[in-house]
Design a binder for this molecule. Structure first.
Ligand SMILES: [Zn+2]
Length: 420
């Protein structure tokens, strides 16, 4: 005979749960009849406060828990209501599941872990649940995590960004903590009000502790930051500066391609068209073919190659940081201004305009990688979140994955660190 501790492990419950019996129902599922231990009884399902019994609620209820091998398994128990001094008649708390959930903690945690580690279809097939159920699960796992640990405590260096999803029709504004590497907040929209909502949550006192804020050069962000964070230096995020240079390079590439096409140099134009990725990629990531492509550009198209060198030089400066980088930036600006490439002359102007913020980022050595990777990951997650009706689920998914709220698998004590 298996002891009760083994059964607790099998069902994914702890010592606060009393197992009364384990049976099979008519559909062949395993049903464990359970009840809360005496000291976990009669607590409000919403706040956990002790409360007197109100009525028997809607009688017996079932919660799905982890499968037993190939068989579905449920916990079954009474679900009486208590009369909470604050919340009134509320279904009593149970030690094996979140309030209002149809699944146990163990099941929720397994689903939340899988959502950040595997494909959507794999998860739904394996757990035999619909994707919208997954949305509800991650909402409550993240809400629970945020209630247990305030993500806005001790903020000193933060990054703000706007991320487009749905092909630029919809936006999220996000906040990251440069010190923990975590996503700490996200909301739909990209207006002053959206961002003010964030600083409202952080609160006046904690806003005063914020020393550095990195963002792109958007004025609406700068305005709100100046207003709310009196002690913060605003830095222009290096990731965006490199992106401006990549855009300028692309403009030059299109220009020389059009010139070649108009001049009837069909083959040359074709080769130029195929050079996009070689020009975009960081030199250390180039394939042999792409390296050959670059060598070809250096030989046959001086303008495009100059644009490439300008972009790469700027990227190196942003990556280097510190006083040397600031000196090199001055030289770069002179070079770009007399490059005879309108896109880079324009870029030099933009960089001069934003120079205080860019130099602040170089001085304070803020990493660009965090905003960049968060930005990329949210786009990936958006594809995954397709099928969720509400953007709130995308936000919960992003926080679960990038905010450090992914729980360990049930029964394991530590989560395998996959990020942050
Ligand atoms: Zn309550």
């Amino acid at each position: 005979m298996l002891g009760v501790n083994v059964w607790r492990g099998v069902l994914g419950v702890d010592r606060a749960t009393v197992i009364e019996s384990i049976e099979e129902d008519q559909e062949g599922a395993v049903v464990a009849r359970v009840r809360p231990r005496r000291d976990s009884k009669r607590r409000c399902g919403r706040c956990g406060a002790r409360a007197s019994r109100y009525d028997r609620g809607e009688g017996r209820r079932r919660w799905r828990t982890l499968d037993l091998g190939t068989v579905r398994c449920y916990l079954e128990s009474d679900a009486p209501r208590v009369d909470c001094p604050e919340h009134g008649p509320t279904v009593a708390q149970v030690p094996w599941a979140r309030h209002d959930a149809g699944h146990t903690f163990a099941f929720d945690d397994q689903a939340a872990w899988l959502v950040t580690h595997t494909a959507k279809s794999t998860l739904c097939e394996l757990l035999r649940i619909a994707w919208r159920t997954v949305g509800a699960i991650i909402d409550r796992v993240v809400a629970d995590g945020r209630a247990a640990h305030d993500p806005f405590d001790g903020l000193e260096r933060i990054g703000l960004d706007e991320i487009s999803y749905k092909k630029g029709h919809r936006y999220l504004t996000i906040a990251v903590d440069h010190d923990t590497g975590r996503l700490i907040w996200a909301a739909v929209g990209k207006t002053k009000q959206t961002l003010e909502g964030f600083f409202d949550l952080v609160g006046q006192e904690r806003c005063k502790q914020i020393r550095l804020v990195s963002a792109d050069a958007a004025e609406w962000i700068a305005d709100v930051v100046h207003e709310r964070c009196e002690n913060a230096t605003l830095c222009t995020d290096g990731f965006h500066v490199v992106q401006w240079a990549t855009d300028a390079l692309d403009q030059v590439r299109r220009e020389v391609w059009n010139q070649a096409r108009r001049a009837g140099m069909r083959e040359h134009a074709q080769e130029l068209k195929g050079s996009r990725f070689a020009l975009w990629k960081n030199p250390e990531d180039l394939t042999e073919r792409q390296e050959a492509k670059l060598a070809w550009i250096a030989k046959v198209n001086a303008r495009l190659f100059r644009a490439y060198m300008l972009k790469e030089q700027l990227r190196a400066i942003i990556r280097l940081k510190g006083p040397d980088a600031i000196r090199m930036l001055t030289a770069w600006l002179a070079w770009a201004s007399r490059s005879k490439l309108p896109a880079f002359v324009e870029l030099a102007r933009k960089i001069r305009k934003n120079r205080p913020g860019i130099e602040a980022a170089l001085t304070h050595k803020l990493s660009n990688a965090l905003i960049e990777s968060t930005n990329t990951k949210i786009r990936v997650l958006h594809r995954m979140a397709f099928g969720f009706k509400k953007p709130e689920h995308l936000i919960a998914l992003a926080l679960l994955d990038r905010g450090g709220y992914c729980p360990p698998l049930p029964g394991r004590t530590t989560a395998k660190a996959t990020h942050g």
